[in-house]
Design a protein around this ligand. Sequence first.
Ligand code: AMP
Ligand code: MG
Length: 492
Amino acid sequence: MKFSNSYSQLDNVFYQRTSPAQVSRPQLLLWNQELADQLLLTEDFCRDKALLAQYFSGNRIPDGADPIAQAYAGHQFGSFNPQLGDGRAHLLGEVLGDNGLRYDIQLKGSGQTRFSRQGDGKCAIGPAVREYIMSEAMHALGVPSSRCLAVTATGDLVFRETAKPGAVVTRVAASHIRVGTFEYFAARGDLDSLETLTGFAINRHFPEIALNPDLDLSQRVLQFLNAVIDKQITLIVNWLRVGFIHGVMNTDNTAISGETIDFGPCAMMGIYHPGTVFSSIDTRGRYAFGNQAAIGQWNMARLAEALLPLIDEVPEKAVALAEPLIRQFGQDFELAHKLMLANKLGMPSLPASGSKSENSLGNDLLAQMQDQELDYTQTFTRLTLSLENPEQAEKLSHELGPWYGTWRALLADENITDDAAKSLMAQTNPQVIPRNHHVEAILAEYEQNGDSGEIEDFLTVLRTPYNLLPQTPKFQDLPADGDRHYRTFCGT
Ligand code: AMP
Ligand code: MG
């Protein structure tokens, strides 16, 4: 494993240099060989599972790694906290992947740091396995996401409501720079560090901006903000496409890379309802399924605010330059969302004629799904199937009433063949998602036995979510209670 550690070469205001805690009996529970290959980890390195458990529990530091805990701030549920930071994570360093891009390798649950506040720095096995399952599922669904290389049991207990077995999860991300990282320096008035961070993030994520010699600082920062906004829009549209509810879209959990990070209270929506919330602490529904775009925009406004001093030293002028970008989020999101819904219904572009009924087709279906309490994923897979299966078409036409005929007529009007529609829909609408009841059943097994008989099948199925494997039907069933009693908790 060859580390390059560009973040730890920045000034030490960006992080605390600190080692992970020692654990008693490290044991490798989950290992992602496909990801290890993409990160160019050698066969030699990957061969010895006991040694991997030492490395990815934090007991041994791989050669060249330089562990740090990163500093950041963040708006949590709307309130600013100037001092968060990695309270239970250690960035080991960065490696170059087979695509030439740099990836952070971070341990989470690896012990206390200067940023731990009251926390124990640990992670229980359940949240660690949840992050592994959910991030792998998201990646396979085509949603930008951090990934997991490993889950290692520590052999130590972690004290939550009860004592639980502890684990360390190894997270891989394009970077761990967050909106909250910018807020950290902006709040301290440390403009030098803010500028350094912005330059670092531009080099890492948007080299095309860095390489443009014609831009002054203000222009570079505005282009950066715009590029981050575009990535957030793509991210959230993809969340809505597959029915993902992040659950804790605080600015410290919003990665500049546009990847999904932090899977603590996340969940999948079953029955369609924009107000769906599962997180026990989100009592007012701030992070409800249908609120995610508005919150994404709000988070981008916080990033813009943090960047203002780099845009212009006269605050009013800086605001005048940044504001249109934030406003544009709304329009761009709406367009991207419409197109995504059109794709889910087999249309490669928005209907050319754009009559009223055509434009509202997707939203009409959503309204009907909400009214009739239909499952989001299953409704779209049934619609896809109905294009080749007259019996399913008959059933849906009965269940959905006139909407069904309107949809089929519109496809015909647009000269979209059933085959073309079916193929687009099959790529856009997953056959299987990590349904909450299946995820929870597996986490419960891990908590009780440190293992699960189902995990391999579940991961295999989730890794090809657009194809039916022989094992897929085992994980397609709906929860008996429609998830009405389902609750999730932050990973703390
Ligand atoms: P999260 O809600 O997981 O995004 O975490 C918010 C903040 O709390 C971050 O600064 C975390 O590092 C910190 N944190 C969460 N859990 C723990 C823990 N068990 N020990 C120390 N810090 C934690
Ligand atoms: Mg977090």
